[in-house]
Design a protein around this ligand. Structure first.
Ligand SMILES: [Zn+2]
Length: 198
């Protein structure tokens, strides 16, 4: 078989469309089935992830974050679409917008890039539904101010069943806030889809 390119993760030669067989095997090994009773995820919503935020998957996420590699993002969208095959398709896919200052620094919005790839891979429309909290740095705020500042503002969209995308799930605080904002507006958030779980 012909070598078609360079693996973006290990920079080795690859015959595959994106990641080399070695890196794909590492990613598969890192994946563990999601616990349907995971306490971080609200009751009634599913969690879809490609695995833990470590090893090859960590490198993959950082690759999208820092170089906005659309080939890798497409591959991740395809993997998330495969892992979510058992779920009914939503009316729309949306994502957690990053704060403007981060977006400018990185030159893009990781969650938006992944959500776009997922939309292309599932044939479901991508709708921005949330505006980021106003960008005063978190550490400069007191606890109560921080609570308020992290709230998302809603962008009006037809109400329906929604999938919510983010890059990494850590405490789940931001995802929960976004989830609650959407739910309060009448949307039904049926799944959280994240690349990795920290
Ligand atoms: Zn590789």
């Amino acid at each position: 078989m012909k070598i078609t390119g360079q693996c973006p993760l290990c920079v080795g030669p690859t015959r595959a469309a994106v990641l080399c067989a070695h890196c794909r095997r590492h990613l598969r090994q890192g994946h563990s089935p999601t616990d349907p009773l995971d306490p971080v995820v609200p009751v009634g919503a599913s969690l879809i992830t490609l695995g833990a935020f470590e090893g090859a998957l960590r490198a993959l996420v950082l690759r999208i974050k820092h170089s906005q590699d659309t080939r890798v993002a497409q591959w991740c969208g395809h993997q998330l679409a495969r892992r979510s095959r058992g779920l009914p398709r939503p009316d729309a896919i949306t994502y957690l917008p990053s704060q403007r200052v981060n977006r400018l620094k990185r030159g893009g919005d990781t969650a938006a890039t992944v959500a776009n790839a997922l939309a292309l891979n599932t044939g479901r429309p991508l709708h921005p539904m949330l505006s980021p909290p106003l960008g005063v740095h978190r550490r400069t705020r007191s606890g109560s101010e921080r609570g308020k500042a992290q709230g998302f503002t809603l962008i009006s969209q037809p109400v329906g069943r929604v999938w919510l995308v983010d890059d990494v799930l850590a405490t789940g605080h931001s995802l929960r806030q976004a989830h609650d904002t959407l739910t309060a507006a009448g949307h039904r958030v049926e799944a959280w889809l994240v690349l990795a779980r920290a």
